[in-house]
Every structure is written in C-alpha cells, then in structure tokens.
Design a protein around this ligand. Sequence first.
Ligand code: DGY
Length: 420
Amino acid sequence: MKNLSKTAKKILKTNRRKGYTLPTNNKLYPAQWNWDSAFISIGYSYFNLEYAIKELETLIKGQWKNGMIPHILFHEKDDSYFPNHKTWKCGNSVSSSGITQPPIVATALKLIITRNKLNKNQKKRVILLIKKLKKYHDWFYKYRDPKNTGLVSIIHPWESGLDNSPLWDSSLKKIKIDKKLSYKRRDLEVSNSKARPLNSDYDCYITLLNQFKKLNYNPNKLYSNSMFNVVDIGFNSIFLKASKDLLEIAKLYNLNLKDLNKKIFKTESSLLKMYNKKKNIFYSYDLKNKFFINIPSISNYFILFADLNDKKVNKKIIESLKKYNQKEKYIFSSIKPDHKSFEEKRYWRGPVWINTNWIIYQSLKNKDKVYAKKIKDKTIKLIEEKNFFEYYSCKNAETLGANNFSWSSALYLDLIYESN
Ligand code: DGY
C-alpha cells in the first residue's frame, strides 16, 4: 500500500487559514470546529510544532468569559454556512456558536507536548493553554453538572459531535418544534442529501438554537430549560480522559489545578455506576425525560478511552466490542449494522469515521495490544485504499461526505508515525 503521508500533510496545509484549519477544503464547513482542531493539532505536531500550538491557541482565543470553548468559531464572516454568525449572534472576541463539543483538546495538548521538545517561548504558551483549559473543565462542572453528580450533560445533539446519531432520536421526538421556524440549509448545496442529516433533524437543531438565543445563552438557564438534556457516555468518557490528561500535563509544569483531582475521582465513580452488568454495556441517559438510551453506538465504547480503573469491566467491554462489527469488512460503523436504526450512508447513523476508530485504538493500546494493532492496521488500510474522506460505508468502503478531510489526514499521520 502506498504511504500517503505527503498527501496528508498537504491537505492540512491547504486547509489552513490564519492560525486555524478548516475541516475540509470545500464550502461544507467554512470555520474552525472545536474537536476537529484538537485532532488536527495532533497531525501538525509531527511536522510543524508551531502550527500545532497555534491551532489550539486560535481555538482557545474564542473561549467565552465564563470558560466555555464554543463548538464553532467564525473567524471569517462567511455566509455560505448555515447556521452562521448571523444566526447564532454570540461569542466573545470571536463570533461563535453558543454550545460546545467533545472536549478532547487537553488530550491533544498532552500528545503534542510529550512527543516534542518545546523551547522556552512554547513552554510559556503551553502553560497559558493549560490554565485556560482548566477554566474550560471548571465550566463543565459548574454549568453542565450543577447538581454535582460527577457527570456532565450535553444540551444539543451538535455538542455530542455525532449530530444525527440514532442515540438522540427518542429525545428529539419530545421536542416541540418551533411553528414559525424558517431557515435555509446550505450543506445540501455541497453535499449529497442521502448522506446528510434530514430536514426533520435540522428542525430540532434550529428550534434548540432559537431557544438558547432567546435565553441569551445564560448557562444556568440553558441547563435547566433546554428541551434536550442528555448524559452521553461517549462525551463523558472523553471529558474524563481529557481531565486526567490535563492534570498530568499540569504536573509537568508544577501547576496546581485545584480540585480537579477530586472531581476526576467523582466522575470516574459515577461513570462506573452507569455500567449495565446484565447487558454488559454503558448506556447514555436522557436526563430530561428520564430514560436510558439503549442504542448500540460505537461511542458507548469510548468508555475504554476513559481508562476506568476496573480491569474486569474493561475486559468485558472489550469482549463486547469484538462482536460489534463481526460481519463487516470495514470498522467501526457508528451504529451496529444489525440495529433497526442503522443507515449505511447517512452521516452518524452507520458510516465509519476515522476519529472514532482513532479513539478506540487509543483506548486499547494499554489494554489489548493485539486487537489495538488490528484496528490501527485496518484504519490505515482503509485510508490508503480510499483516501482522506469524511466517512465511509462499513460494507464496501464507499467514500462519503467531504474529501480532503483534515482530521482523517491528521489522525492518519498519528497512526503511522506514533512511536507509542
Ligand atoms: C454540521 O454542520 O454538520 C456540523 O456537524 C455541526 O456541528
């Protein structure tokens, strides 16, 4: 198979703008996305440390005064995306969305700084980033877990990163759609509607957005009033892992991150309580409507990424993961293919995504080396056969969504270069 490292680097450089990188090179996503940037910075760290640090600095420049780092930053006022800065109408020094995304930034920062030698100036900047990330994590605990349960909520499907996953279907059915809703989607002008979320999904997304805008993005009100409030296992696992990584890198610089240790301990024990022993799975929970979400999603296995200190449970979950995509040639489908909600080509309802493969691979490296290597090899092979797409069919690797996708390129570089 051909090594595509040159192409991957070229894609990242081509997609790069002033201090940040677009998710792809067409009009589909003309801004900076939170978790995209984190993944992208890991890729840069192998050939341009300055770009890697700058990517995260530009993201954190959009941090709100209360600590939140938004899911989208509109550095340039580009109207070709919907919903853009005019719809959201918020942001501090940078126009932004009013919600967040899976907080994997601290994990990315840890990978970058432990694999590179930093000069004095870079160390100073990294210390600043660590302090701001602490503020971000504090924001989660304060505003997304006000009752101090140890688990944080997402209040919009976009926050999960898995926008139209069947995970959210039942919760979204309960939302009262704004009767006067009027908007124009722009994504379908540049992407195939068969592989994108439905209009009925967008009705929910925009109804929620309008609700948040009406509440002036007041974080207390958003938490208590949002028509969507879910404790997502995937999100909480990423959050816990990132909190642990944040604590670790703070120690490297003798920074004392007050309280974080205690909070990590609590989140860890609360997450463990979510284990359904009978079904051998961790299910997300709809806090608003009080039900467990029993949908087989690959993100349920992100619990392995959290590195829970319970070998027995981890081992059982790995056994279940091995059965998840048993019949498929390409792994991992975002939804288990034999589930009724599975759709081969539609965005987060079935296709394979490189970032979720990467998360699962990272999760297994210290738990099942042989299986981890298998996942890594399959992911590299998929990209080398089909190039850097946004997502792929698990049946035949048909390429879907955007080409020249930044996080697929960045994480490919990580997979082929990492020395462990
Ligand atoms: C989109 O526009 O599809 C994004 O995933 C929203 O974050």
